[in-house]
Design a protein around this ligand. Structure first.
Ligand SMILES: Nc1c(N[C@@H]2O[C@H](COP(=O)(O)O)[C@@H](O)[C@H]2O)[nH]c(=O)[nH]c1=O
Length: 148
């Protein structure tokens, strides 16, 4: 049975990038994967100072709001690198936190889908036709950890 997740408070909410599991990456601590992902939109741009504000945002929702500010300069190669940035953060999250690593491994070979009603890239979107890149990353991280 396909595993759907989205909200942190719902079943498998620990698979959400908004779940309260911090990661250490690039010599810094990030409160959530979402903080890390949103901040890295600005690496190497004139808006790089915004990375600090995003890292210090009190919630992942606020980090996402800052990262989605269309008035800011997103790095030009973001469409090419965003899945690599995301995978590194998600892998680090599940290597760092043993409790949720067990939850991920216990899903066996089930499909994992981010049931976002809006996002057709990271999730499956309202009509379930989306590309589900976050679910794909979770399944690939599951495979990598299983064979470590
Ligand atoms: N889980 C979740 C969301 N989905 C997340 O949003 C991120 C993509 O952001 P962007 O590239 O700026 O569109 C990615 O981490 C995706 O999983 N969005 C939300 O507003 N609320 C939420 O609870």
């Amino acid at each position: 049975m396909t595993i759907y997740f989205y909200k942190v408070s719902d079943p498998y909410g620990c698979f959400s990038n908004f779940s309260p599991h911090s990661i250490d990456l690039g010599g810094r601590n990030w409160q959530t994967v979402e903080h890390y992902y949103q901040a890295h939109k600005f690496l190497g741009t004139t808006d790089e100072p915004l990375m600090v504000a995003i890292r210090n945002a009190p919630t992942p929702e606020e980090a996402a709001q800052l990262g989605r500010d269309l008035a800011r300069t997103c790095r030009p190669d973001w469409p090419l690198v965003k899945t690599v940035v995301m995978r590194e953060a998600v892998l680090t999250k599940f290597l760092t936190h043993a409790d949720i690593q067990q939850i991920l491994l216990a899903t066996g070979d089930e499909s994992i889908v981010e049931d976002s009603p809006r996002d057709y890239f990271w999730g499956c979107g309202l009509d379930k036709t989306g590309q589900n890149h976050l679910g794909q990353i979770l399944m690939s991280v599951r495979e990598e950890i299983r064979h470590r």
